[in-house]
Design a protein around this ligand. Structure first.
Ligand SMILES: C[S@@+](CC[C@H](N)C(=O)[O-])C[C@H]1O[C@@H](n2cnc3c(N)ncnc32)[C@H](O)[C@@H]1O
Length: 277
């Protein structure tokens, strides 16, 4: 199934707005933080975005590239909480519409905007962005070397790249998964392969971290508190991605638990100009 069909659907904005106490007719702008419970489309949702943004630690006013920006949740966090300007690129047209609409409701269109693009072919000039991040998109990228080459090209020398994705470990994961219903739409690599692709693109790999345990600990905490993602309660990602996301999340956690896959966080840097070949 093509990526845009896997993720996209109609009425996403309406479903999110039905879940939060806000109406355009109130005449008061929506805040980005009201959306955070529903717009972080990855495991550990806002917890992960907070941690990854702290790693990036961008300067106020920095211009960031968000690769595979989803419905704009992480961009909304970087813009509203850290004072950055964010350009998101995204392959799913429904998500571009949602991200731009929600950002406009929040009065943040000057700080965050979203354009339809394949990350393997980015339409921006070289050396445009101060930093970039790509949160849990790699599993959908069949040609990571092309994406990383483009990312390297559009970043300024000295820029930091935060890259998180699910990596393969010791076997075939359980399908359907959050990023694909079947194996043919899943492009997970080992973390070594990913590092190799980053280095080949010209990046200096600074740190590689296995964050699998953080996912499992959170899932267990939610289970103990009765907010378990394991028994089919509707949570944030279900509002956007549909009720069958419950099963997909279950399979994700099971595959992590059985060491079939891992969640990997990589911090990389584009070397300063004098070091770039
Ligand atoms: C799991 S979601 C993560 C969204 C967002 N990064 C977040 O964390 O909220 C993966 C996203 O990657 C997008 N995507 C997949 N392949 C892409 C590509 N080649 N170029 C741009 N976006 C892509 C999908 O449309 C989807 O929105």
């Amino acid at each position: 199934m093509p990526v845009h069909k896997h993720y996209g659907s109609n009425e996403i904005v309406a479903r999110i707005l039905a879940a939060i106490p806000w109406s355009e007719s109130d005449g008061v702008a929506l805040t980005a933080s009201q959306l955070f419970p529903f717009d972080q489309l990855h495991g550990r949702e806002l917890f992960a975005t907070k941690e990854h943004s702290a790693r990036l630690n961008p300067e106020i006013g920095a211009h960031l590239l968000d690769i595979g920006s989803g419905i704009g949740g992480p961009a909304g966090y970087f813009a509203s909480m850290l004072g950055c300007r964010v350009t998101g690129i995204e392959l799913t047209p429904d998500f571009i519409i949602v991200a731009n609409e929600l950002t406009s409701f929040c009065g943040m269109s000057d700080q965050a905007n979203f354009v339809l693009a394949d990350a393997a072919s980015i339409q921006f000039k070289a050396n445009t962005f101060d930093h970039a991040y790509c949160l849990y998109v790699g599993m959908n990228l069949p040609d990571k070397p092309a994406v990383l080459a483009e990312c390297f090209r559009v970043l300024k020398p000295g820029a930091t790249l935060i890259w998180t994705e699910v990596t393969s470990r010791s076997g075939v994961p359980h399908y359907p998964l959050p990023w694909s219903l079947t194996a043919d739409g899943s492009h997970v690599d080992t973390s070594d392969t990913l590092c190799h692709h980053l280095s080949s693109a010209g990046f200096e790999v600074l740190t590689v971290e296995d964050e699998t345990n953080a996912h499992l600990v959170l899932a267990n905490r939610m289970k103990l508190s009765g907010k378990t993602p394991l028994v089919g309660q509707v949570q944030a990602n279900e509002v956007v991605l549909g009720p069958d996301f419950v099963v997909r999340r279950q399979n994700y956690l099971k595959s992590l638990l059985e060491h079939l896959i891992a969640s990997t966080l990589i911090v990389a840097r584009k070397p300063q100009a004098e070091h770039v070949a």
